[in-house]
Design a protein around this ligand. Structure first.
Ligand code: DX5
Ligand code: ZN
Length: 214
C-alpha cells in the first residue's frame, strides 16, 4: 500500500512542533527521521535528543534512517522511544543479519538502506527476513538533491523477487521524490515514499500528500 513519509530534515527546525502537526493534518502516514553523523555521510543532521522530542509530539509512526557508522549504538535508545521502523546502511556494518535481528527483537521493523552504487545482490540473503528495503535515489547526506533514475532498476528487481519468492518486505524510496519521480517509483513497485523538500516547499501540503498517494 502506498504511504507518504515526509522527511523532517526539510522542516523548519524553529517550528518543528508546528510542522509536525500541520503535516499530520495534511494526511502524512509516517514521519521519516534522518540521523547523520558527519562520518558515514558528509553532513550532520540531528541526534537522539531531537528524535526524543519528535517522538513526544508526533502521533503517527516514526521511521528512523540511520546514516551513521556503528548503527548498533542507537538501537536500544530508539526502541525505548517506541520508534516503529529503523533502517541502517548495509555499507555501514559488518554484521547486518545480527543487527536486523536485534532491531526486530527490540520490537521494531528492520530496514536495510542501499546507496545508489550498492547492488540488490549484496543483500540477497537478508531478503526473506527483512521488513523493508530503503532504496536511496540520491547519495545520502543532503536533502534537495536530484533523483538518480538508475536506482529505479533496483526497485523493479526487488518487486519481482518478492512476487517470485513470496517475500514480505516493503520497498521504500528516498531522495529527490516529487510527484513525477514518485510515479516512476510506484510503477516500479515502491510502497513507501519519503519526500522532504518537495512536500515542505509545496504551497498546499494536503494537496501535495494527496497527489503523492495516488
Ligand atoms: C538524504 C535523506 C533523505 C532526504 C530527502 O540523505 O536520506 O531522507 O531528507 O530529502 P529530499 O526529498 O529533499 O531529497
Ligand atoms: Zn532518509
Amino acid at each position: 500500500m502506498t504511504k507518504v513519509l515526509p522527511s523532517l530534515l526539510a522542516s523548519d527546525f524553529t517550528r518543528l512542533g508546528h510542522d509536525i502537526e500541520k503535516m499530520e493534518a495534511a494526511g502524512a502516514d509516517i514521519f521519516h527521521l534522518d540521523i547523520m553523523d558527519g562520518q558515514f555521510v558528509p553532513n550532520i543532521s540531528y541526534g537522539m535528543p531531537v528524535v526524543e522530542a519528535i517522538s513526544r509530539t508526533a502521533s503517527i509512526p516514526l521511521d528512523v534512517h540511520l546514516m551513521t557508522l556503528d548503527p548498533e549504538q542507537f538501537i536500544d535508545a530508539l526502541a525505548a522511544l517506541g520508534i516503529d521502523m529503523v533502517s541502517f546502511h548495509i555499507e555501514a556494518t559488518n554484521h547486518p543479519h545480527r543487527l536486523m535481528q536485534r532491531i526486530q527483537q527490540s520490537g521494531m521493523k528492520a530496514g536495510i538502506a542501499l546507496n545508489p552504487h550498492t547492488p540488490v545482490a549484496h543483500i540477497q540473503h537478508l531478503l526473506a527476513e527483512i521488513d523493508f528495503i530503503l532504496i536511496m535515489t540520491v547519495n545520502p547526506g543532503f536533502g534537495g538533491q536530484k533523483f538518480i533514475d538508475t536506482c529505479v532498476d533496483k526497485v523493479r528487481t526487488l518487486d519481482a523477487l518478492r512476487a517470485e519468492k513470496g517475500y514480505g518486505y516493503e520497498i521504500e524510496v528516498d531522495g529527490g521524490i516529487n510527484q513525477e519521480t514518485a510515479e516512476i517509483c510506484r510503477e516500479a513497485g515502491a510502497d513507501l515514499f519519503v519526500s522532504g523538500s518537495h512536500l515542505f516547499k509545496s504551497e498546499d501540503w494536503q494537496e501535495a500528500v494527496r497527489e503523492m498517494k495516488q
